[in-house]
Design a protein around this ligand. Structure first.
Ligand SMILES: CC(=O)N[C@H]1[C@@H](OP(=O)(O)OP(=O)(O)OC[C@H]2O[C@@H](n3ccc(=O)[nH]c3=O)[C@H](O)[C@@H]2O)O[C@H](CO)[C@@H](O)[C@@H]1O
Ligand SMILES: C=C(OP(=O)(O)O)C(=O)O
Length: 470
């Protein structure tokens, strides 16, 4: 089993470079499917397992890709399938973001239900509500969703019951090729939404208001590939800020954008951490003693749920008791049990964790229960007495580029032991699967349909380019 071993007690100092944002690059790569002409060149694409997964999805749909030196070139001129394969959608929830682009571009899509994951049930009702309002017919069955539209999608006024990041993105992408104007009310305001809107606009879309609660998208006839640089990952930046603070360190987080990190900066400052904006990032210096604070996760610009567990690690060593309330996901306290193995005293009452501070953390064998939990346990390990052994690295590899190497470069006593060799061989496996997919049988949309196959098949809009197997 692969593991990361960290021995606590080293003060972190130096410079760490933040990679491109996972949560920005995934929707942007999905959006490349909207371009019926030209190549997209996406820069600062982080080398993450999630990126490899979406790369496989795009390839299975007929996209032509190269990925080298953090630059991905994608041509989606000739799509060959309207089915997002189960093995990839199951692996990563964000694969579901290809639904909007495929529906808008091809008029039909078949995609497996992304399903719940450990942090919550994560329904997709708001995505589907948006597509239906735009005229799509949606059929659910046997773990799959099929959607189709007769002719183009139509612009609509869509009020989201919750400011869902994914639903806002999926609807924004679909609306870019719809007929007429779409208004998304109670839209998510995350920086990743703005980054996606910027890429769509570079492709020729007309998206206005991204970053506010009301987004207007005037549909256009067609979109072309475009060049775009992904924003730096605010969650990775925040994680290194916590790692610096927990060790009383002095770290420059290169690439971090202060505006994107306002709630994290504010809370750290309340605790006594000093944060200074620099020309190309921010500098974190921390005193030995920190004060407790209460934290409540909320949609942006509230405190991000993706920083909740890392913040909890820091609160464990602050003086006093802190309340951490999770309002975004209903099951995002699984790391509490792991922290308890490291001598933490935390009590959960409903959606609030009561965190006792001034903990003398002790090293232990712990498991990453989700991506951010893994990072949080590493942060705790940096301050723990003795050795902490973290497993469950498949979660961490989804969203952090070489976290072990980056922490080691800052002075942490940390190393990774891989059971199965890391990146290059994984590529080989994926290449094999991609080759197998190319050989795969064509999708029979009619199989899902309650109507006679012949009638249904006639209604399925034809792909612009015929599948290679046709
Ligand atoms: C790839 C990506 O960008 N992932 C991020 C995205 O996930 P994701 O886009 O899945 O998160 P959402 O904003 O959609 O989910 C937030 C809440 O809304 C609920 N909901 C969502 C959609 C829906 O149709 N119905 C519904 O009830 C979810 O169950 C959850 O409780 O935003 C989350 C919230 O900031 C982050 O934690 C994830 O890191
Ligand atoms: C929950 C997260 O990601 P995802 O939505 O991809 O599961 C995350 O990045 O912390």
């Amino acid at each position: 089993m692969s593991k990361i071993i960290v021995r606590g007690g080293q003060r972190l100092t130096g410079n760490v470079r933040v990679s491109g944002a996972k949560n920005a690059v995934l929707p942007i790569l999905a959006a490349t499917l909207l371009a019926s002409e030209g190549e997209s060149i996406i820069q600062d694409v982080p080398f993450l397992d999630d990126v490899i997964t979406i790369q496989q999805v795009l390839t299975a749909l007929g996209g032509k890709l190269t990925y080298d030196n953090e630059i991905m070139r994608i041509s989606a001129e000739e799509l060959t399938s309207y089915e997002a394969p189960y093995e990839w959608v199951r692996k990563m929830r964000a694969s579901f973001l290809v639904m909007g682009p495929l529906l808008a571009r091809l008029g039909c899509v078949r995609i497996s239900l992304p399903g719940g994951c450990a942090i919550g049930t994560r329904p997709i009702d708001q995505h589907l509500k948006g597509f239906e309002a735009m005229g799509a017919e949606i059929v659910l069955g046997q773990g799959f969703i099929e959607a189709r539209s007769t002719g183009k999608l139509r612009g609509a006024k869509i009020y989201l019951d919750y400011a869902s990041v994914g639903a806002t993105e999926n609807i924004m992408m679909a609306a870019s090729l719809a007929q007429g104007t779409t208004t998304i009310e109670n839209a998510a305001k995350e920086p990743e939404i703005v980054d996606l809107a910027n890429y769509l606009n570079a492709m020729g879309a007309k998206v206005r208001g991204a970053g506010t609660g009301i987004i207007r998208i005037e549909g256009v006839e067609m979109l072309k590939g475009a060049r775009h640089t992904v924003i730096p990952d605010r969650v990775e930046a925040g994680t290194f800020m916590i790692a610096a603070a927990i060790t009383g360190g002095d770290v420059h987080v290169e690439g971090a954008i202060c505006d994107h990190l306002t709630p994290v900066i504010s809370k750290l400052e309340e605790m006594g951490v000093v944060i200074e904006e620099t020309d190309n990032g921010l500098r974190v210096t921390a005193p030995k003693k920190l004060k407790s604070v209460d934290v409540k996760t909320l949609p942006y610009p509230g405190f991000p749920t993706d920083m909740q567990s890392q913040m909890m690690a820091l609160l464990l060593v602050a003086e006093g008791t802190s309340l951490v309330t999770e309002t975004v996901f209903e099951n995002r306290f699984m790391h509490v049990e792991e922290f308890q193995k490291m001598s933490a005293q935390i009590k959960i009452e409903g959606r609030t964790a009561i965190v006792s501070g001034s903990t003398a953390l002790t090293g232990a064998k712990v498991t990453a229960t989700d991506l951010r939990a893994g990072a949080a346990l590493l942060c705790a390990g940096l301050m723990a007495d003795g050795e902490t052994e973290l497993t469950g690295l498949h979660h961490v590899d989804r969203g952090y580029v070489d976290i072990t190497g980056k922490l080691a470069a800052l002075g942490a006593d940390i190393s990774r032991v891989d059971d199965t060799p890391a990146p290059a061989p994984i590529y080989k496996v994926l290449e094999g699967v991609a080759a197998a997919l190319e050989e795969a049988e064509p999708v029979v949309l009619a199989a899902m349909s309650p109507e006679p196959a012949a009638k249904r098949e006639k209604e399925v809009p034809r792909l612009k380019a015929q599948p290679t197997w046709a």
